[in-house]
Design a protein around this ligand. Structure first.
Ligand SMILES: [Zn+2]
Length: 381
């Protein structure tokens, strides 16, 4: 992000999940839980909580039905789905649910297919505050069959459009040591492309050289490509040189309204079948928009814990904003600010090709996880 881009954020950027703490006062500000990831890890199931600072966790098992409970003290959920919700499991975990408890405790409950035990745990430290547990069934079990989800889009190669911010005469943010946003994000985009292609994705870039591309052309390109996912890569700058970390943005409600207005003015027709009735059409556009916003938030929720493994995160990441490039009503889209060029440490990280490669790999893993679980992080309510 830079000054040029900020002017597009006038519809308001709202941080999600920053509700004030009530009840017991803590000396430290609460940790934000930005992601819950449940993955198959061979013989075990790995549950990872992405946190922005280390926190105390207490775990216990419950029986009839079997459950595994993680209570994180002095924490709050800052997930795209809101302060409480649920998501699908993997292996011995059928699904997970999360909700705040009294006294600032945030609780994640994993509904288990069978009694299980912890086989490995990692409690986060200063560098990476993530908490993770591997749990395995105590005995072989037969998983409950899950209903088959009807895929919205036909199977086949997924199309990913990667958008390297700025370019050409627009350098974007400039680092304290002179690093230019347009250069590092282009390299990051190329790295991401190289990480995605061997995984079988069809990848297109809004730019693959140092050229200037209008914002609306980036959006139009994603729509013309019928992209399944649009990832815009940026690097941030802040007047506060202490500010560090990556963050992930999706379209905010006010931004979504703008998308509807823009669609009307630019004649962007959604493929809505034979509906001619204009009221019905409005409703369908609204539903398509809502679905796109949900899918964008789902990707954000998957990519945040992945990024947390390779880079610091801004507090309350997954903000929703009205960034112009996120406005396509039918393409799930996120904007990833990979760090702050205005911070010397972040700039060193962003200027390091290996660090960019690690970040690209983390994003590619998130893309895999996102498409592997079409119903992931279903609506919280
Ligand atoms: Zn930017």
């Amino acid at each position: 992000m830079d000054v040029t881009r900020r002017s597009f954020a006038f519809f308001g950027a709202a941080a999600i999940g920053s509700a004030a703490m009530t009840g017991r006062a803590f000396a430290d500000p609460p940790s934000a839980i930005r992601g819950v990831l449940v993955q198959d890890a061979g013989a075990a199931c790995r549950v990872t909580l992405a946190l922005d600072r280390p926190a105390q966790a207490r775990t216990f098992f419950l029986s009839e039905p079997s459950r595994f409970v993680i209570d994180v003290a002095n924490a709050q959920f800052a997930l795209p789905g809101g302060a409480s919700g649920q998501g699908p499991g993997a292996g011995v975990v059928r699904r997970f649910r999360y909700a705040p408890q009294a006294n600032g405790v945030s609780r994640v409950v994993l509904d288990l297919e069978a009694p299980a035990s912890i086989v490995r745990q990692e409690l986060g430290g200063r560098r990476n505050a993530a908490i993770s547990f591997d749990i395995a069934a105590n005995a072989p079990f037969a998983p409950t069959p899950t209903p088959v989800e009807q895929p919205r889009r036909q199977q086949g190669r997924r199309k990913i459009v990667i958008d390297a911010g700025h370019g050409g005469r627009d350098p974007g943010a400039i680092g304290v040591a002179g690093t230019r946003e347009k250069d590092v994000v282009l390299h990051s985009a190329l790295m991401l492309r190289d990480a995605l292609r061997p995984r079988g994705y069809d990848v297109a870039l809004t730019r693959d050289t140092d050229t200037f591309v209008e914002l609306e052309n980036r959006v139009r390109f994603a729509r013309d490509q019928h992209a399944d996912l649009f990832i815009s890569v940026h690097a941030d700058a802040s007047p506060n040189r202490e500010t560090t970390g990556a963050s992930v943005y999706t379209l905010s409600d006010s931004g979504a309204n703008r998308a509807q207005n823009m669609m009307a003015s630019q004649n962007w027709n959604l493929d809505l079948g034979d509906t001619r009735e204009s009221l019905a059409r409005d409703i369908l556009v609204d539903l398509a928009q809502r679905e796109t916003t949900n899918r964008s938030a789902q990707f954000a929720q998957v990519v945040i814990p992945k990024l947390a493994q390779v880079a610091p995160l801004v507090r309350n990441t997954h903000r929703s904003a009205g960034f112009f490039v996120l406005l396509a009503p039918d393409v799930p889209a996120v904007l990833i600010e990979t760090g702050f060029l205005s911070n010397a440490t972040d700039e060193r990280r962003l200027a390091d090709p290996r660090a960019r490669e690690r970040m690209a790999e983390a994003m590619a893993q998130a893309v895999d996880a996102y498409f592997a679980a079409p119903a992931m992080y279903a609506a919280a309510d």
